[in-house]
Design a protein around this ligand. Structure first.
Ligand code: TUI
Length: 312
């Protein structure tokens, strides 16, 4: 499965594990990289020293390349951006904003930069600024979402830029990966399926909610506040959407989401917490190790891609 993405990153398979806030820590990232994909540590809103320790732990667990995802709304983003360079992290992905001010520093230090974008305009801008690739993330994804679906976004971004495009949002098996290749992607990023792997450290309740989820079980809260977030429906999303439909203020809504992801991931409170997951959760039925998952994905994809000549 050699593509521009495997060559760029020095990895075996063009499968990137999403840099999920509170979820993507050193054990998961190292397991994905060991299995031939690219593992990511999600810096989320964590302090820079937490990120540094996670990077150091991942280095103890794997010699293979791994990366860090910076959530650009984090109050610690500036410091985390420097930790990337200081700890000699090979790859950085960014989410929920524009990473322009860090690009020169990262490029000068040999870091591969892959911004996550949700529009053609942002993809073109990132290419102009020197990004090595982009992740085009459709709104099927969990967490912070844009407007366009993966089906519409990926081919439009692929036509608009020369740098390789990684597809994200709604992908959890070989059919999704093959479809992404057909749309012009050179790799995929997956989040939801990696949450239920053995190496993922989230609370068991979180995994069970994903395994039991049906096709129509996600909701997007916060469209009115400008921070749309997709999560599995529960008491929190029900209350949130009810308040939102009544025109509640940002402050009032925020009391429902503050610390919500932490509540679900760490405490296993999947009723009142924010169980972020993508629309593909309904397809995720089985727990397995990262190695088993990646092996299975590669097998399924290969069977579908045979004869297309899209990758070696
Ligand atoms: O970032 C994500 N997904 C996330 S971040 C996150 S942490 C969080 N927790 C609670 C509330 C809100 C966030 C959970 N999930 N995906 C990548 C992504 N980035 N999707 C869309 C974008 C994006 C949006 C706007 C990228 C660039 C952008 O540019 C705006 C600008 O500055 O022009």
């Amino acid at each position: 499965m050699k593509t521009e993405i495997t060559r760029l990153l020095g990895i075996q398979y063009p499968i990137i594990q999403g840099g999920m806030a509170w979820v993507a820590e050193s054990h998961l990232a190292a397991a994905v990289s060991e299995a031939g994909g690219l593992g990511l540590i999600g810096a989320a809103s964590a302090p820079a020293e937490w990120v540094r320790r996670q990077v150091q732990k991942a280095k103890e667990l794997t010699d293979k390349p791994f990366g860090v995802n910076i959530m650009l709304m984090s109050p610690y983003a500036d410091e985390v951006a420097k930790v990337i360079v200081e700890e000699n992290v090979k790859v950085v992905t960014t989410g929920a904003g524009n990473p322009e001010k860090y690009l020169d520093m990262w490029k000068k230090n040999g870091v591969k930069v892959i911004p996550v974008v949700a529009s053609v305009a942002m993809a073109k801008r990132m290419e102009r600024m020197g990004a090595d690739a982009v992740v085009a993330e459709g709104c099927e994804s969990g967490g912070h979402v844009g407007e366009s679906t993966t089906m519409t976004l990926v081919p439009q971004v692929a036509d608009a830029v020369q740098i390789p495009v990684v597809a994200a949002g709604g992908i959890a098996d070989g059919r999704g990966i093959a479809a992404a290749f057909m749309l012009g992607a050179k790799g995929v990023q997956m989040g939801t399926h990696f949450v239920v792997t053995d190496e993922c450290q989230v609370h068991e309740n979180y995994k069970e909610r994903i395994l039991k989820a049906k096709d129509i079980d996600t909701r997007v809260t916060g469209r009115s506040t400008g921070h749309p977030v997709r999560a599995l429906r529960n008491e929190m999303t029900r209350k949130y959407l009810e308040l939102e439909s009544r025109g509640a203020s940002f402050e009032e809504l925020e009391t429902l989401t503050l610390g919500g992801l932490r509540k679900a991931v760490m405490d296993g409170d999947v009723k009142n917490g924010s169980v972020m997951a993508g629309q593909i959760a309904g397809l995720v039925k089985e727990k397995m190790s990262c190695e088993e998952l990646i092996k299975r994905l590669v097998q399924e994809t290969d069977a579908l891609m045979k004869g297309t000549g899209i990758y070696e």
